[in-house]
Design a protein around this ligand. Structure first.
Ligand SMILES: Nc1ncnc2c1ncn2[C@@H]1O[C@H](COP(=O)(O)OP(=O)(O)OP(=O)(O)O)[C@@H](O)[C@H]1O
Ligand SMILES: [Zn+2]
Length: 526
């Protein structure tokens, strides 16, 4: 665009220069006198425009890519490419076993001479794998922080390029810089973006990038103290070549924190926050089962924001409860436009989930609400009281029944099926699929079905999954029919109050609640 404007101006001034040199013509056309100073000015501007245009033409990308080229220049010449993190292991809560393993690597970086003398090679490739938000990036930067090394952080997707060779060149540059700044730690997040199994996704550019990474990993000599840390959520996707000894050969699983680790993470993230004295971090850790470190840091931050919004100077338990709800269920929709009829359906749907949860006593029902949050029109907050690592078939069936409670309640009361159970059904399908394909809990036997086998066995698998879900649905409907009076009570209260907490729910159900309903064992016997 800029180039075109300059070109038009240039043409105009060339024309003016030509015309002005024939002063007789211009005087006739413009009816004005042109002095030699004017002529000089026009000529000067023309020359300027000409030079400017030539310069523009020599760098055709420049006008479009100023921001990019500036950034790249900084990357190549300046020190923007790496940081010297101040994070240490003290900032990483929990993950004790992983930290213990990393201490050896840290020692190697700090006292590399000692190891070199013994002819020991630096453990160069470490692979962190596990669910998102569990502290993989944090750990890698803590390794750099502990050893005062330069920290080069990149994401695998940054190396995925359309043009063959570009990704490979970036890898080369990254390693060159890291070697120059040694001791250094290179962290490549989402390494599966470049390191995926080659036969899965054959792409010339990706293959070249991965090959370059392999070359770089093999190319270190013992003099260079460079540690490469890769992170992925999907270890199973990575190419074998990447995992071979001498490359990423140390695999460390970074999972979601258990109750003790959650407590420690919450302590780290509330360290500098004014907490009300009645806050029990232990209780908060109990309430946040299944959450990652990123969730917990988010909750601590949300609680502080809510407290500020309410003009409080300290953060209370209530603020944390609101923050947990927000992180779990999404943003509360203000003044939702829900029709009365829909409100009724949602009330019975949520009451169905809550009641089945209460009867089967799966996890503690902490709250049930019909206030829309995010995409959901209502929700039930259920929290396990302890960390669970093993579940029985009966417990999994109960979990499915709680998820089917909403749909079954709707059918029981309104005798119709609605779209409101979409997410529930998806979750139910996932659990049933795991029961059949991974846990050997169906008539298909104990064989663990690989994804490739699922295609050939899909008919039988679907049949077994249906058998499980149908039986659970029948049990759920029976349970709700037997306890319809309680279902009505909860739904009516929800219509009035919109949200019921643990105590309110117990109050509505009354003391005779456990006496009148059929227990899970009785149900199984039916
Ligand atoms: N163990 C932990 N101790 C303290 N804070 C943590 C911990 N785990 C996660 N966090 C918090 O969560 C944030 C996100 O963690 P991080 O980016 O390291 O996760 P990640 O595993 O790399 O995630 P992803 O796989 O999505 O890249 C951190 O900045 C930190 O605030
Ligand atoms: Zn539901």
């Amino acid at each position: 665009m800029k180039k075109r404007i300059i070109f038009i101006l240039l043409c105009l001034f060339i024309a003016l220069s030509v015309l002005s040199s024939f002063s007789g013509w211009t005087e006739n056309i413009a009816n004005s006198k042109i002095t030699s100073a004017d002529r000089l000015l026009i000529f000067g501007i023309t020359v300027f425009l000409f030079i400017y245009y030539i310069k523009l033409d020599k760098s055709p990308q420049y006008a479009h890519a100023t921001i990019n080229s500036e950034k790249k220049e900084k990357d190549q010449n300046g020190n923007e490419f790496f940081t010297k993190p101040k994070v240490t292991f003290e900032d990483v809560a929990g993950l004790d076993e992983v930290k213990e393993e990393l201490i050896e690597v840290i020692d190697f970086i700090k006292k590399s001479e000692k190891y070199k003398k013994m002819g020991a090679k630096i453990p160069k490739g470490i692979l962190f794998y596990g669910p998102p938000g569990t502290g993989k990036t944090l750990l890698a930067s803590a390794v750099a922080g502990e050893t005062k090394s330069a920290f080069f952080s990149a994401s695998g997707s940054e190396f995925v390029e359309k043009y063959v060779g570009v990704g490979a060149k970036r890898i080369r540059t990254l390693f060159e810089k890291a070697k120059k700044e040694a001791p250094s730690v290179i962290f490549i997040d989402e390494i599966d973006a470049i390191g995926a199994k080659r036969h899965l996704d054959s792409n010339n550019e990706k293959d070249q990038t991965l090959n370059q990474l392999l070359v770089e990993l093999d190319g270190f000599n013992t003099d260079q103290t460079v540690v490469v840390v890769g992170a992925t959520n999907r270890l199973d996707l990575l190419d074998e070549a990447l995992l071979r000894p001498g490359r990423f050969d140390r695999h460390m699983y970074i999972g979601n924190p258990n109750i003790k680790a959650r407590e420690e993470i919450l302590k780290v993230h509330t360290k500098n926050k004014p907490l009300s004295p009645d806050i029990s971090i232990e209780t908060l850790a109990k309430k946040t089962h299944g959450m990652s470190g990123a969730h917990l840091s988010n909750i601590a931050n949300e609680a502080a924001i809510i407290a500020v919004r309410e003009n409080n100077t300290i953060i209370t338990h209530r603020h944390f409860d609101l923050a947990i709800e927000r992180v779990i269920a999404g943003l509360q929709v203000k003044n939702p436009n829900v029709l009365l009829k829909e409100k009724q359906i949602v009330s019975y749907h949520e009451a169905g989930h809550a009641l089945v949860g209460k009867v089967l006593n799966t996890d503690m029902v902490q709250k049930v609400s019909i206030i829309p949050r995010g995409q959901a029109l209502g929700y039930v907050l259920q929290m396990p009281q302890d960390d669970r690592y093993i579940m029985t078939k009966t417990e999994l069936c109960h979990k499915i029944m709680v998820m089917l409670g909403g749909r079954a309640a709707e059918e029981l009361i309104f005798n119709h099926l609605s779209t409101g159970a979409k997410d529930d059904l998806k979750k139910v399908t996932d659990v049933a699929m795991q029961m059949v394909c991974e846990f050997g809990m169906s008539d298909l036997g104990y064989l663990c079905q690989e994804p490739s086998m699922i295609r050939t066995l899909s008919h039988q698998i679907t049949k077994e999954m249906n058998k499980i879900i149908d039986q659970c649905y029948k049990d759920t409907s029976k349970l709700l029919t037997n306890n319809k009076v309680y279902l009505e009570k909860i739904a009516t209260s929800l219509m009035e109050r919109e949200t019921l907490n643990y105590d309110e729910l117990n109050q509505i159900l009354g003391d005779d609640f456990t006496g009148q309903i059929k227990s899970s064992q009785e149900l199984e016997a039916v």
